[in-house]
Design a protein around this ligand. Sequence first.
Ligand code: PLP
Length: 356
Amino acid sequence: VYNFSAGPSAFPESVLQQAQQEMLDWRGSGMSVMEMSHRGKHFSIIAEELESDLRELMAIPENYKVLFLQGGASAQFAFIPQNILNGKSKACYVNTGAWSEKAIKDAKAYCDVVVSASSEESKFTTIPDVAGWVLDTEAAYLHYTSNETIHGVEFQNIPDSLGLTLISDMSSNILSRTVDVSQYGLIYAGTQKNMGPAGVTVVIVRDDLIGHADKKVPGVFNYAEQVKNGSMLNTPTTYNWYLVGLVLKWLKAQGGVAAIEQRNIAKSAKLYQAIDQSTLYRNPVEKAYRSRMNVPFILADEALDKEFLKAAEANGLYELKGHRSVGGMRASIYNAMPDAGVDALIAFMAEFERSH
Ligand code: PLP
């Protein structure tokens, strides 16, 4: 089947096969990765390769640390203000959808949130023009969500933060397009979309932002403590690190981020074209901000939704139901979704339209 889930989402098939082959004996160690000590010599190799492959794929500069944490991207909604405010009382947030809203809600427990811009009035179908953003020079940072997974809205460029430390939740588009890491103070992402299974949160943070957490912040939530301990202040999610590592090696073999970005441009373009050309389907997002990763679409007649989903599943096309907050459909087409999956969806949609 082709799995269009927003996350956890489709894996590259060859990665699953490799994991299966290595399940009982990783590289001749006689052990499964699952039973290895995180302090042992075998797992150290996995951890080192994981970080170096991510550094290579994203061209992460040396003055950034890379952490592999727990708690999901959602935990970062609170850890970021706790670590980065550094005595300041304000932070700026851009509100472009459901995930921005959640980040804002949690940050409010730690600081005054300045909502620099919001697209709520448009029901999150656009991104407000950067020229109109309210940027408070006293704020500790500016936070935005580079891809809104539920609303299907994606920043196509890095916004100008006018000198404010820039922080981005890249959970649903990390590694799908090239990004200049040096423009950011901090980037974070849950792994369950483009990087592997759920259970690992990647945090890429610039050196000068580390070490300013409030004394009350517990060790596992404190970036400086985690840096000091190589993300192993407590037992890490070892098997998930290994799987993320395999996905990174797969991505390198695909030609890296720049190569996968070209494929993502082509995959999303043909799906949007099919939607725009039809009279049954509609995507509500302003064209300039349409996501390459999550493609929501609405059927002209809501009464057909159930039948559409049932027929799609009968054709091996799974998890197309839109998020409950927006309704309709959503096709998530992350890095691991092959062209053939998008082609099969387009062909099915055309046939469903013809027959209805
Ligand atoms: N941010 C974005 C953009 C997401 O899409 C998600 C999850 O889908 C999250 C944050 C929350 O991630 P987690 O479930 O890992 O906490």
